[in-house]
Design a protein around this ligand. Structure first.
Ligand code: ZN
Length: 472
């Protein structure tokens, strides 16, 4: 069944993930740009070693550029590589990622009522963060995992918070140290001096590899002091009794551990996400651990913001697709840029465009008439969901009706991945190395299904649009 297929084919030039029918077999001899192709294929084979002897594929976008002898803007050789991420960064939760950022992108993300998916309200505000201040407030990581519930606030005096999660200070320390070594932007940042030399590197390695702390790094139990091999530790419940709360950690954290409030951006002036060239690397250090290959990086071929974010979000390396904060940041930056570009040509189009001058724009009467006739809001047209956008959509619908006549039936489509389409959840789980069968997926509870969907909303949307394509 074609509708059950997941996007699995990777373009060897841009490393985006595609459905099988959207790519074709790659034949190197048909193209001119051999230098670029050589670099891309080499990067692809290093990044995805399991596909080394398999057939190579190329997407139609890259194919059309290369046939014309041009370098595709999204080609990895055009400074669009994604550097390998250290396990330390992969294991960080959203708050930990924010705490190690030099800029915190404040986004108001709300849970939508029915699907429990995330939605954003209001603008994204990037505020410089004082990492030293945060590390001074948080407790010194001791030899074992030190987990504290942390509230991230805009100002400490505010009662509301922007994010609340449990923070592992051991992981935070390891991530900051790694950044200081690998990322030139982090070279000069200061970290609480008491945090130095407190982490046992072997312990950290065990944590990163998911090995139980009671076992050594080879996954074998530690030798008991008694000498003889005694009882082998069997992983199990932390408590002896069955009378445990559903969410044990939360229960413990509320009762036993005091929450800490941090406001690393308090008193700082927000920065523009358009004029600060390192905004992406400073806001998402776990996505760009070496601070390179961001949107503002120098490139041989210019890439538009839209193409850049598409290449990132649809990449076979799903770190961008899995990060809701990054997706909303990208959407906001893209929409704002579209808005700014349409502001500059606003009022310059149409029959009386040439008549516009400064005197008219400083005349309150003229401005009033302009706003009354909706001319002043026209630049909102490219922003999805704005009144001007819907006005344009309505006019397009009327034009279609005029050409094709009255519709005979309406179709309303809703995605059924939570109740019937197990292949959607299966595709996301497969990307995470979880090969469950259909009946196991159907038996998952509602909350777990929502969590899987939230872990990669991009694949979920791709699968739905693929079905709609097949339907029509
Ligand atoms: Zn491609």
């Amino acid at each position: 069944m074609k509708s059950h297929e997941a996007p699995t084919a990777i373009c060897c030039i841009c490393t985006r993930l595609w459905f099988a029918e959207k790519v074709k077999q790659f034949k190197q001899s048909t193209y001119f740009e051999q230098r670029v192709i050589g670099l891309c294929v080499k990067y692809y084979e290093n990044k995805f070693p399991s596909t080394k002897s398999a057939t190579l594929f190329i997407c139609h976008t890259c194919d059309s550029y290369l046939l014309k002898g041009k370098t595709p803007p999204q080609a990895t050789a055009n400074n669009m590589q994604i550097c390998d991420s250290d396990p330390v960064f992969i294991s960080l939760n959203t708050l930990e990622q924010q705490l190690i950022s030099m800029f915190i992108p404040f986004e108001k993300i709300v849970t939508l009522p029915r699907s429990k998916q995330c939605g954003m309200q209001g603008p994204v505000v990037c505020v410089p963060s004082d990492i030293n201040r945060t590390t001074n407030i948080l407790p010194v990581p001791s030899g074992e995992s030190k987990i504290v519930p942390v509230y991230l606030k805009r100002r400490l005096i505010y009662r509301g918070h922007s994010n609340y999660k449990e923070v592992d200070t051991v992981k935070l320390n390891a991530a900051l140290r790694k950044l200081k070594i690998e990322n030139p932007i982090y070279k000069d940042i200061e970290i609480n001096r008491n945090w130095n030399d407190v982490v046992d590197p072997e312990l950290l390695r065990c944590k990163n590899e998911g090995v139980d702390l009671e076992t050594n790094c080879d996954g074998l139990p530690k030798e008991q002091p008694g000498g003889e091999q005694s009882d082998i530790l069997i992983p199990g419940n932390a408590l002896d009794s069955c009378l445990q709360p559903v969410d044990l950690f939360n229960e413990l954290s509320v009762e036993d551990v005091e929450s800490i409030s941090v406001a690393p951006g308090e008193g700082k002036r927000p920065v523009s996400i358009f004029h600060e060239p390192l905004v992406e690397a400073k806001s998402f250090p776990s996505m760009f651990p070496n601070g390179k290959h961001t949107y503002h990086a120098e490139r041989d071929v210019r890439i538009s913001r839209c193409d850049y974010y598409k290449a990132r979000i649809f990449s076979a390396d799903n770190r961008f697709a899995a990060n809701t904060n990054y997706i909303f940041f990208a959407q906001y930056a893209y929409e704002c840029e579209k808005l700014f570009s349409s502001i500059s040509i606003n009022l310059r189009k149409g029959s009386d465009a040439c008549k516009i001058n400064r005197t008219m724009l400083t005349n309150p009467e003229y401005l009033k008439t302009m706003l009354k006739s909706d001319q002043g809001f026209k630049f909102f047209e490219p922003v999805r969901g704005s009144p001007e956008f819907w006005k344009k959509t309505m006019l397009n619908l009327f034009a279609t009706l005029r050409n094709l006549g009255l519709p005979t039936f309406f179709v309303t489509l809703t995605s059924a991945e939570l109740s019937r389409w197990t292949c959607h959840l299966g595709a996301i789980l497969k990307q995470q190395g979880d090969f469950r069968n259909d009946s196991d997926i159907l038996n998952m509870d509602y909350k777990e299904k929502c969590e899987v969907l939230k872990s990669n909303p991009v694949t979920a949307v791709q699968m739905f649009y693929h079905r709609v394509d097949l339907f029509f």
